[in-house]
Ligand binder design. Sequence first.
Ligand code: NAD
Ligand code: ISE
Length: 337
Amino acid sequence: MTLDIGVIGTGAIGREHIARLHGKLAGSRIVALNDMDRDSARAAGAALCPEARLHDSGQALIADPAVKAVVVASWGPSHEEFVLAAIAAGKPVFCEKPLATTAEACLRIVEAEVAAGRPLVQVGFMRRYDAGYRMLKEIVSTGRIGAPLMLHCAHRNPTVPAHYTGDMGITDTFIHEIDVLRWLVGNDYVSAQVIKGRKSRHAGPDLEDPYLVILKTRSGIVIDTEIFVNCQFGYDIQCQVVGEDGAASLPEPPAVPMRQASMASSAIMMDWKLRFIDSYDVELQEWVDATRQGRVTGPTAWDGYFAAVTSDACVEAKRTGQIVAIDAVEAPDFYRS
Ligand code: NAD
Ligand code: ISE
């Protein structure tokens, strides 16, 4: 049976997901849309799913009996309200990252899902579905490079929009590494430290850019990540795992090596939408398939909570210059299977 989905938030990623879920992927269709910018929802509907009903609020969309599952792709601060409403309505919900903007809010979602007694929430940490990260995880988890000791990573954006300010380098950007690296090494974090670089002249007045985040895991793995969101030259994601017996790196996306005008070169992508485009397809197809069977197989509300606890510690470490402990509550049995 086709999964009938309502989407809240018809901006950049919302439209990408609507296009996937209404036409590209198997077993789903979009039946309802909402955006606080009604013109955006109307335009997305007209272009991508003309038969979808437009709702005046996210809450009305969730309450619509025709909507069997919900995708939340609005701004982070609105996620908690919509995910809690979907859980209260007993409807499966795929929420774009972050699950919510604070650890306390994520914990409220965890508690609501546990109280509901069945898995309903998946978080949009799509890098777990990327072929390159999956190959790297296979090498790490089969022990081919020995036990992982250190990771050297970079998350670089060419530029960011004007509304990207404050701690978004952590809460909006580094949050991807927080989730995927914990999944990659299968180990929770215990501490965070942030070392600020010299500020780039391309960074806006309300943004510190670049900086280095250093996470330590329970087993002692040290992970350094450069966050640089005005690097100018490309959307550049790097990850090298150094193990006891070797090192393994995230593969670069395919690009034709060129030799021309006394230069040897290969193109670097500029757009995050393209860098992980295949992983979004895999992520949402697996979500649709699992949801139709009443299961959640991807990143859970607990993963969203743990990412938020880590993100909060990184923000404090950035503000204070101190090494900050990452203290999560005990994981409920609900998430252990
Ligand atoms: P965007 O600004 O392009 O779109 C967000 C849309 O949500 C806007 O149209 C806005 O009007 C709408 N909106 C905001 N609050 C709302 C509310 N309360 N009710 C209804 N609509 C509301 O932003 P975006 O880049 O599409 O990001 C949206 C979410 O997706 C963010 O949480 C972001 O972190 C996440 N995201 C994830 C990835 C990824 O790679 N997984 C990439 C980009 C964005
Ligand atoms: C954006 O929201 C994303 O999720 C991108 O993957 C990330 O690179 C970018 O910095 C974020 O703003």
